[in-house]
Each structure stands twice: as C-alpha cells, then as structure tokens.
Design a protein around this ligand. Structure first.
Ligand code: 2RA
Length: 334
C-alpha cells in the first residue's frame, strides 16, 4: 500500500504539473508531503482545497513516505534518491541520473508496464524527447520490429525549465527592438533562432540529449539492436516538443497499417489530413497528455520505411504525466 506520497521539487515547472495530475487522476493515497530546496521551504501549495507547506528536502524527510515522485535536476536526484530508498520509500525519478542504471527500470506505462514489476526501490521516467518518440514507435515495433530510426527534434524552451521560457521571452523582446539579450540558459540567443545543440558534447559528435534518445529507446523497447540517429534542436517555441521521425522496420508495413496501429494505441492521437492542413502542432498539443502523430507517409527512399511527425507536451507526457502514470501503475499493482 502506498499511503503517503511525497512530491520532490514540488514548486518547479514539472512539479506543479505533477500536483495537478495527482488531483485530476485522483490517485488513492492518503497523505501528501511536499519537498523542495531551501528556497521554497515554508511556501504553501494548495492541493484538493488544503494548504500544504513545503518542507526541506534532506535526509530524514522520507520517514513514513511510501512513494515519492522526484522532479529535480540530476545532481539533486543523485543525492536524495538513495536516502529516500533507505528510509523506505519507492522513488519514481524524472531526472536523467538513474535512467541507465541496470537495476532501475525505465518505464513508459503504455509501452513497458511489466518492467515496473522488477525494481529495487527506484523507477525512472525517460527524457521528454525519448518518451514521445518511443510511445509512437511502440505500436510499430510490436508488429513489425523497428530496426532503425532517424529523428530530428524541435524542442521547446520549457524543456530547460522556467529559465528557458523566460529567456525565450527576453530574447524575442530584445530582438524586436534590434538588441541581443545575452543568453544564460542556452548557448546562443533563442529568439528568432534555432540552436542545434541540447546538452553537452557526448559521443562522436552527438550531444548528451541525442545519446539519451539512443540508449533510452533501446532500454525501453528492450532491444539493443535498434539503431537511432538523432539530431536535437532547440527552437523558439515555449512548450511542446516536435519530432520528425523516419522509422525502418524489419517487416514491411503500409501507411494504412501504420495509421491503424497508431490509432489503436493507448496514448496516441492521430491528426493526419494534409489536404485539409491538419497535423499536430505544439500550440494545439499544449496542456494535453497524449502523443500526437501526423504526416504519416511512406519513406520514398527505402522499402521498409515510414515517416511521420510527432508532437507532445514535454512537461506533461514528457515528464509529469508519465511519472504520475508510473505511480498510478505501482498503486494499482500493490
Ligand atoms: C530539454 N529534454 O528539452 C530536455 C529536458 N529534459 O532540454
């Protein structure tokens, strides 16, 4: 039984949506504890009509906590998760720190729910760009086995948290009056620009964000043979990541079959009517929990390829919603 739930990083951009989702989805816990860094301690957050005071994230904070959802940077997760587990909590962690640990299942509830049965106190939620892509790949993989993916991302500034969104606004305002707002969160001004770098240089000219898409996809789909070639780009969009995906499968699937598979899969909404200018766009997907797929077409350059466009609210399915769904899954199975 998971009676006491803690939300770690409760006042951050994703933590706030975690709380919203917990209320909306009506998870069956009895007590809620909110934990955050010193800066937020003492703040009051309303939850189901009740004011809850934010407490300090520190050793001892997880006494009597059964389940914790963590939305913190990697370095905070590296530190707090071990003591939370030691104090008896099961942790659903949204940071990148634990994802590739072989003892930690990396879960998308619609894709690999059974992997959640085998954990040692920590379960991880994937990176936002990986999550939406893998939700879209899963129905094709189940039927035709995905062998190769070429993906380019168009990632919103909210992926870098509240400072990212503020920097977009400042950068656009400055550019409109012919000035340059000095970038702090991003490597270059983001207003009226694209930045083909998310994260740091990691491997053979690929960035850390790109390599997450490689390793996490293989881990979630349980197939190290899947080849992924990613290019991750930051775009001047406040919220909602978009991806252009080309997928090659072992078995041929037609465009019609691909459409049917997408439509039948839980968590995917198909918006695909090019003659009527209908396809997913970040503006339309903001605030929604599904992964949206459109522009579904055959790859005219190879025999077993399907190309499509995929959009999702990176703060929701890419982060908060997926973590809350993992918590929900654990509660249902306890
Ligand atoms: C980003 N994927 O968009 C990252 C956040 N985890 O910056």
């Amino acid at each position: 039984m998971y009676e006491t739930l803690a939300v770690v990083g409760a006042t951050g951009a994703v933590g706030r949506i975690v709380l919203e989702q917990l209320q909306q989805r009506n998870l069956p816990f009895k007590k809620l504890k909110l934990l955050a860094s010193e800066r937020s301690v003492g703040k009051e957050v309303r939850f189901n009509g009740e004011a809850i005071k934010v407490e300090l994230l520190a050793p001892g904070a997880f006494k009597n906590v059964d389940l914790a959802i963590g939305s913190t940077p990697d370095e905070i997760a590296a530190e707090f998760v071990p003591y939370a587990v030691k104090e008896g909590a099961v942790v659903v962690d949204e940071s990148g720190y634990w994802r590739m640990d072989p003892k930690v299942p990396l879960i998308i509830p619609e894709v690999n729910p059974d992997a959640a049965n085998k954990h040692e106190g920590i379960l991880a939620s994937p990176n936002c760009s990986t999550t939406q892509m893998v939700v879209a790949l899963a129905p094709l993989h189940q039927v035709a086995r995905v062998t190769r993916v070429v993906v380019s991302t168009y990632q919103a500034t909210s992926g870098a948290g509240l400072p990212g969104s503020e920097e977009l606004n400042d950068s656009v305002r400055s550019a409109l009056v012919g000035q340059t707002h000095p970038p702090k969160t991003f490597q270059h001004p983001i207003g009226f620009n694209l930045i083909p770098q998310i994260g740091s240089s990691k491997y053979e000219g690929y960035t850390s964000e790109e390599m997450k898409m490689v390793y996490e996809t293989q881990k979630i789909l349980g197939d190290d043979g899947i080849q992924v070639c990613p290019t991750c780009v930051r775009v001047p969009v406040t919220n909602g990541h978009s991806e252009s995906i080309l997928v090659e499968t072992e078995k041929h699937i037609s465009v019609e079959e691909a459409k049917e598979l997408f439509e039948a899969f839980e968590g995917i909404t198909v918006v695909d009517d090019l003659p009527n200018n209908q396809y997913p766009m970040p503006r339309d997907c903001e605030g929604k929990d599904d992964v949206f797929v459109g522009r579904i077409r055959k790859d005219i350059s190879s025999p077993n390829g399907i190309a499509f466009w995929c959009v999702s609210d990176n703060l929701r399915k890419g982060a908060a919603t997926n973590a809350v769904q993992i918590a929900e899954l654990l509660m249902k199975r306890s």
